[in-house]
Design a protein around this ligand. Sequence first.
Ligand SMILES: Nc1ncnc2c1ncn2[C@@H]1O[C@H](COP(=O)(O)OP(=O)(O)O)[C@@H](O)[C@H]1O
Ligand SMILES: Nc1ccn([C@H]2C[C@H](O)[C@@H](COP(=O)(O)OP(=O)(O)O)O2)c(=O)n1
Length: 425
Amino acid sequence: APPAGCSAQARPCFAVEGPGADLVCFTLSGSEGAGGSGRPLPRCFLPAPARCYSLCVPAAPSVPAARLHRRLRQRLRQGPLARCRVLGLLCYSAPGGQAALEKGFLIQDPQGGAETERALEELLRGQGALPPPPPLGVYEAGERGELWQCLWALRGAGGRDLLRRARVVAAEEPPLHPAVPGLRHAAVFLSLEAARSVVEQCTSFIPEATAVLDLVDKCPKHSKKGDFPVIVIEGLDATGKTTVTQSVKDSLNALLLRSPPACISQWRKTFDDEPTLIRRAFYALGNYIVASEIAKASTESPVVVDRYWHSTAAYAIATEISGKVQNLPPTQHEVYQWPEDLLKPDLVLLLTVSPEERIRRLQGRGLEKTEEETELEANSLFRQKVEESYKRMENPGCQEVDASPSREEVLRTVLHLIKKHCGSL
Ligand SMILES: Nc1ncnc2c1ncn2[C@@H]1O[C@H](COP(=O)(O)OP(=O)(O)O)[C@@H](O)[C@H]1O
Ligand SMILES: Nc1ccn([C@H]2C[C@H](O)[C@@H](COP(=O)(O)OP(=O)(O)O)O2)c(=O)n1
């Protein structure tokens, strides 16, 4: 329910008008809600005494900016700021505007008061000079109930300078999710070099990054597949990939590989704790290492692979694109295309089960849940976006397999599809 005094009709989009202020901001949470023109302001702006603030960093694929964003998110949960509600925010240029995409937070302080503003200023001053700390956006009501955004640049030694004061108005939801154009540089890397350069920028603060790069550099470039078939099994967690890949391996006398490969999986936790940019670059490099393993193995036997490129891309897209499934990049978008320099499998099967069956299997397995699995359960929208992204992948695309029947029946279906596509084995 919306907070008292706020309209449930409001959309989570708002624009900041005025000279030099062509940013439109799009909150990442709660993208529901209809409304025509003359819409009320989004309900994310709570009425007094509540107060709203914003912090945004450039969304350009820069390692320092990505780490600053993550540091700010962590710090916003601490101290006097812990009482605030923090929503994700994307600020993008209105049509014709020049501003680059920014990513940040809308901070709602339900009680108002000077303490939160002081804490935010301290937080920003404590971030050092590189990259420069973002300005603090402070939202205040005008005399006629209109809303203003004041953008303050903080001076290192204390004090602050007003950069601009601009009207905040309701805006149309943009036709394309603002994160879509930047996806291919921020989360989905379409070449070895693109992913490599991100991980290379991390060697000074992630010692494991050097080890990953060493392994990648040892792999022959542009690995070629051998004569035996290469089959990839994809799907959400607990759809039965481990079960299916193991049985296919036994049935076909195949070699079983997985991405990320064993040689880097001990560093997975380290990279999972890093921002999207770094984390996804790590998984992307893992695929290139697996590619060289596939190349070698497929000269000697069939190869079955548990997750590969499609997982890397689908999870990256689904985590970066907030809100509903309709916000995903349109079909045939470049992020759904296979990287040209990555070894292609002969067949990719996507295992799907109903959400209810998947949760039964997760519970049945009784393992400790990862943060992402918990999110999947809590957020069926996320699950839908991962699955839909899988289905939009092209060249090669994924062939869907209903994995709800018994283990034996699923295996029969999978073997049948492999025979059909890869000929006699
Ligand atoms: N066809 C099936 N019917 C019922 N349970 C299954 C089936 N396939 C797998 N399971 C069980 O569901 C759980 C998740 O399967 P698993 O193969 O580990 O999935 P994934 O590797 O995709 O996470 C396991 O406990 C597994 O034994
Ligand atoms: N090739 C791969 C494999 C996994 N990932 C990422 C995508 C998700 O964030 C997680 C999913 O891995 P998870 O450990 O949950 O998967 P399984 O337990 O193997 O089913 O890893 C990837 O990006 N690329």
